[in-house]
Design a protein around this ligand. Structure first.
Ligand code: FAD
Length: 509
């Protein structure tokens, strides 16, 4: 990419890319959720930490609101915001290499999840439990905790973060790079901690991560991170709504919840199985269960046992498909139809919640009503229930900023649409569904006996809207629980001018 040297040649700067340059559109349009859009004065494609430092400093000096993007997979308009005047895209920074000095694998933040999986596998045969879409950017992903297909077995990606490099801005507006590690003796350790679940766009521009398992010893990179699975077995089966009446629906969801309650300990043999139950609206879709097993030769039996558990006393799914492949083949194109979108993409709303217990029968009744009601012709609506827990729940709630360490399910009420005119009815449907599911706790999953709030990598600005969150519990408690005050102190230290902010960013304490 084009760069220019400033006079004296000591600093290497990226170019300002204006609206008349084809790269401008590539950056501005790089967003999964087409619901939001931005029209910055200019964008920059940065390819080194020095370039980030000067780009940030310049935007601050000129008083232009800045946002950083890596993979463009934000579910809310944190980057694609009309108030943002400069977008810094770190995607040219995507090296993955072993850093012998830090005894850790370094990953630059512009790498995507797929690029990282590939490099880790091809170079060392190892893996980090990253998320489910290969185009997610590492920059925004890992800092939000990050779970994926291997989370029940390996935990969150942030649990493997050893160190990171961040460009921050001080009180005077000067930008500089800082490296923060999890070493107890590191004076910057708090900044590392804040990036193990605090979420993107809060403290500075993350340029690089270093990963190493907490218990790893030695200097061989092939042993510093978990070994990649020997193989992956995927499965899919489905029910037609015409076969599922309300009692059958209740039975299916009860069975599913019971399975999760019984099989979500880290030492469960079924920690090697991750599944997603997708209940699409009756008007347009089906009920699908799909999943991923690392149990190797035992995977087929494991899947069949799971399907039998879901069907107990009820209806068995049909069309069971099973496929076995290498980890890399899977990781680069996992469950291909899961996130399939038409050319031009979709607009979406995702309303996430973490559950410590299965849904009650009353909640299953609410789900049935909203998924079968015909007074909203919402095409893309669904309820997704992803298995969670396992190794994630072996880490203390305050050991990382990712405070939710007791959940067994990550559920989401979601909807997607193509035309802006369809937005209002989709939002009305999905908001009513979520509100009614959590009606007994003010329309949101208040952390307590049954729920554990929500996951910051799946941000939902509705949680900060007092007409939709009537629980009296603020949005930040839902995302961070008791870790929030510490995050605020770290924010005050490292971003005192609140340069890095968005609708759900940590407020300066
Ligand atoms: C289809 C899809 C599937 C997903 N699956 C999963 C999943 O399995 N597991 C999971 O945990 N999450 C998942 N997510 C959520 C995803 O991890 C988060 O949205 C994440 O923040 C995206 O990062 P990004 O860099 O791609 O996005 P961007 O839109 O570029 O950025 C998202 C946020 O992070 C900030 N950010 C980006 N780069 C940096 C950086 N270098 N330094 C500091 N802040 C930065 C941005 O400013 C913004 O606030 C999914 C999202 C989508 C759309």
């Amino acid at each position: 990419m084009a760069t220019r040297e400033t006079t004296g040649g000591t600093r290497n700067e990226s170019v300002r890319i204006g609206p008349d340059d084809p790269r401008y559109l590539a950056v501005v349009e790089k967003r999964f959720n087409k619901r939001f859009s931005a029209s910055p004065d200019y964008v920059r494609l940065v390819s080194s930490t020095d370039q980030v430092v000067s780009a940030v400093e310049e935007a601050v000096r000129e008083g232009r609101r800045l946002a950083v993007t890596s993979g463009g997979h934000c579910l809310e308009g944190f980057v694609s915001n009309p108030e943002v005047r400069v977008i810094l895209d770190v995607s040219p920074m995507k090296r993955v290499y072993y850093d012998a000095d830090r005894r850790a694998v370094a990953v630059e933040c512009g790498a995507t999840v797929g690029e990282t999986f590939r490099a880790l596998f091809e170079t060392w045969g190892v893996v980090i439990p990253l998320g489910e879409h290969p185009n997610i950017g590492m920059g925004g992903h890992v800092v939000g905790g990050a779970f994926g297909f291997l989370c029940r077995q390996l935990g969150l990606a942030a649990d493997y973060l050893y160190a990171l490099e961040v460009v921050t801005v001080d009180e005077s507006g000067q930008a500089s790079r800082v490296v923060a590690t999890r070493e107890k003796s590191d004076p910057h350790r708090d900044l590392w901690w804040a990036h193990t679940g605090g979420g993107g766009g809060n403290f500075g521009v993350v340029t690089r991560y270093w990963f190493r398992s907490p218990d790893a010893s030695g200097e061989d990179p092939a042993r510093l991170l978990p070994r990649a699975p020997e193989s992956i077995t995927t499965f899919k089966a489905e029910w037609d709504w015409s076969d599922v009446d309300e009692p059958a629906f209740l039975r299916l969801l009860r069975n599913h919840g019971v399975w999760c309650e019984r099989n979500s300990n880290a030492d469960s043999p079924n920690a090697s199985l991750w599944t997603l139950l997708e209940i699409h609206r009756k008007q347009f879709g089906k009920i699908i269960v799909r999943g991923v097993s690392t149990a190797g030769v035992g995977a087929e039996q494991q899947v069949d046992d799971h399907l039998a558990a879901l069907s107990e006393g009820g209806i068995a799914p049909h069309g069971r498909e099973l496929a076995r492949m290498s980890w890399l083949e899977f990781a680069l194109n996992p469950l291909p139809d899961l996130f399939a979108a038409p050319p031009g993409g979709v607009s979406a709303k995702v309303k996430d919640a973490l559950l410590k217990k299965r849904f009650t029968d009353a909640q299953i009744g609410v789900a049935y009503d909203h998924l079968t009601r015909t007074d909203h012709d919402v095409m893309g609506g669904m309820l997704g229930l992803a298995t969670y827990g396992g190794r994630i729940n072996t880490v203390a709630r305050d050991a990382t900023a990712a405070a939710q360490r007791d959940s067994i399910l990550d559920i989401a009420c979601t909807t997607g649409w193509l035309e802006p005119r369809e937005e209002a009815k989709n939002l009305t449907w999905v908001r009513a569904f979520y509100r009614d599911l959590f009606a007994e706790s003010g329309g949101v999953p208040v952390p307590g006996e049954a729920y554990d709030g929500s996951f910051i990598n799946h941000p939902d600005t509705d949680l900060a809207d007092l007409s939709l969150n009537t629980s009296g519990v603020p949005w930040h408690t839902l995302y961070y629980k008791e870790n929030y005050p510490r995050l605020q102190r770290i924010k005050a230290r490292w971003d005192p001018r609140d340069v890095f902010r968005h609708a759900l960013s940590i407020r300066v304490g």
